[in-house]
Design a binder for this molecule. Sequence first.
Ligand code: NAI
Length: 306
Amino acid sequence: MKVTVVGAGAVGASCAEYIAIKDFADEVVLIDIKEGFAEGKAMDLMQTASLNGFDTKVTGTTNDYSKTAGSDVAVITSGIPRKPGMTREELIGINAGIVKTVSENLIKYSPNVILIVVSNPMDTMAYLAHKATGLPKNRIIGMGGALDSARFKYRIAEALDCPQSDVSAMVIGAHSDTGMVPLIEKAVRNSVPVSEFLSAEKMAEVVEATKVGGATLTKLLGTSAWYAPGAAVSELVRAIALDSQKMFPCSALLDGEYGQSDISLGVPCVLGKNGIEKIVEIELSDAEKAKFAESAEAVKKVNGLL
Ligand code: NAI
């Protein structure tokens, strides 16, 4: 398996590092527009191979797409991140141009690639990648829900004072502060609904903390986060590489599912060697349906700015 990661910045480098350490890919190519940057990150990472015990070969290139030829998966992290106080939607002006050019370049050299879009505003950037490349819908995956769900589990485990591995929970909808739909009614601790352990107020607090999870980190760090985003991407790539058929919430192009069409939005997806193998339609309560529809309307407004 050959993986290209476009953008060797905070998220791209973290994602390349996790992919290398998990040791399921033969090769990772980092590509960045900044002269020498991807080469430097790749060399630094390769010098951890004997320390961390992986065989994945990591190389870097300054914008030479011929080096990405034959990639099975390409992750797009190129673009600007938000600064404290900014919304993800405010990044559209610069990032749309970058994501369009990058996806066109990628498919020139890797016509069979599966794209994972990370750059923000992610749902709109995933939609744009569809429009720019015309790739089949199973081969463009937006990464947001996997990260938001990890943040949701972190908050639930914190509230319950239990290990995160005891918690099962999911966030669907848009990858935005207002558009996320954390499915708190369906969240469980060892199969028991979390509502058995937490008051309604506490559950509302957990949901709110999840929705502003990225903004909280941006305030603390001065820029957006990278460890959890990188780890989340690496898990999606691993599910494809191993054909694991595991379910992750991902931004997928919808064609009637959940009552939506012509939009990329976060829904539960089974991932395998073909990318999105299946969109799973889980039963939503009326309140969850209303929040999902609201989230879709907001993303459609942002898509209208393209
Ligand atoms: P960063 O600024 O650290 O890295 C971005 C890199 O992209 C830079 O090294 C830059 O030189 C490179 N770049 C810019 N234009 C390029 C082009 N045309 N071709 C190749 N490389 C190019 O930013 P960071 O923190 O890595 O964030 C990257 C993006 O990911 C941002 O848009 C951010 O908002 C988004 N993000 C999305 C998340 C998600 O869950 N979907 C989570 C975290 C960040």
